[in-house]
Design a protein around this ligand. Structure first.
Ligand code: COI
Length: 365
């Protein structure tokens, strides 16, 4: 059932404009949230009910709910971009809506129809439009990060899908995800922990996958690294993805290689967009298995000239080195003229309305 049209219950105490502007000047990532959120409730008996826009605040979660005991949760990450004329746009949201439905199926949650999903984005951004940052120049990467999520709620300790479910949308002004703001990052190779296994939930965007990455991420930070890279669980040989981002390798001969989607890797919207944009840049995209030995040997021989991470939060971020228990695989720093720099500029120019959106990827909010 579609629930277009959200009941509006605006906050009586929105944050003071001066404080909001102070936050927007230096938002970091995921630290501050806007004045409102969207909520849509589903029960087995009623299906999806009419949604509401209400003040941002704590949730009512039953202490015996499936989300707390069995991790029945999914989420998405999308950004709203302010263009030079003041209008606000988002990028390929129908891909996030479809992935959210796929994640819901995998986690035995009810699917939310695309009209409600997209309507929730429009409703929240229209209400909290003043929270969408305005970039000061073409290099500044600031946006309003939108975080839709769905949880299994209700009193139910039996291991079964929730009969009461809540969908929420919250929003957070964001600068670049990594503290270095665009500088190449260091990656730690997880050699003892895997993120996902065949038949598991690796392709779903569910909290459990990220919970499973946290110990390895802590190991990465203990080794001075920004992020962790995971190998496949079956052979510990094939590169899968980072804790929250996909990976790409640029070859000297113009090939652009990314691990193939095997059911254990998240089907990133940025990943898909890069594969499309690559051809415009004269690159030859390849989706195929790539082993850790190929990464090591390719960098050593000079065949692999750039490695980068990508995602909604990370956009495109160069990887300077991979640190393993045995060695360091260092990729020489590539300038803005390098492939990753060009792809990053091309993507951001489309998202911020500075380049023609020939593929119809933008949706006005
Ligand atoms: C995103 O890029 O939107 C993600 O979901 C990654 C994240 C967990 C920061």
């Amino acid at each position: 059932m579609s629930t277009s049209g959200f009941e509006a219950r605006p906050s009586a105490n929105p944050l003071d404009a001066a404080l909001r502007n102070e936050i927007l000047a230096n938002p970091g990532f995921g630290r501050y949230f806007t004045d409102h959120m969207v909520h849509v409730r589903w029960t087995k008996a009623t299906g999806w009910q009419r949604g509401e826009l209400k003040p941002y605040g704590p949730l009512m979660i039953d202490p015996a709910s499936p989300v707390l005991h069995y991790g029945q949760e999914i989420f998405e990450g999308i950004k709203a971009y302010r263009h030079a004329d003041g209008s606000v746009w988002t990028f390929r949201p129908e891909k996030n809506a479809a992935r959210f439905r796929a994640s819901a199926r995998r986690l035995a949650l009810p699917e939310l129809d695309d009209e409600t999903f997209l309507g929730s984005l429009k409703t929240l951004v229209a209400q909290d439009a003043e929270w969408v940052p305005t970039p000061k120049n073409d290099a500044e990467e600031c946006s309003l990060y939108l975080r839709p999520f769905m949880i299994g709620n209700g009193k139910s300790l039996g291991v079964k899908p929730a009969a009461e479910v809540d969908y929420y949308l919250i929003a957070s002004p964001a600068a670049s995800y990594f503290k270095g703001g665009g500088k190449p990052v260091s990656i730690w190779l997880s050699q003892h922990y895997n993120r996902a296994a065949p038949g598991g939930t690796g392709a779903a965007k569910c909290g459990g996958n990220y919970a499973a990455s946290l110990l390895a991420q802590a190991e990465a930070e203990a080794h001075g690294c920004d992020q962790v890279a995971f190998l496949d669980a079956a052979e510990n040989k094939w590169i899968e993805e980072l804790g929250g981002m996909n990976l790409f390798f640029v070859y000297r001969d113009g090939r652009l290689v990314t691990p193939a989607l095997t059911g254990t890797i998240l089907e990133g919207v940025t990943r898909d967009s890069i594969l499309e944009l690559a051809r415009d840049e004269g690159l030859t995209p390849e989706e195929r298995p790539i082993s850790i030995d190929e990464w090591r040997d390719g960098v050593a021989s000079g065949e692999i000239v750039e490695v980068f991470a990508c995602g909604t939060a990370a956009v495109i971020t160069q990887i300077g080195q991979l640190v393993t228990e045995e060695d360091r695989i260092v990729t020489p720093e590539a300038g803005a003229e390098a492939v990753s720099g060009k792809l990053r500029k091309r993507l951001l120019d489309i998202q911020y309305g500075r380049a023609e959106d020939s593929r119809g990827w933008l949706m006005q909010l």
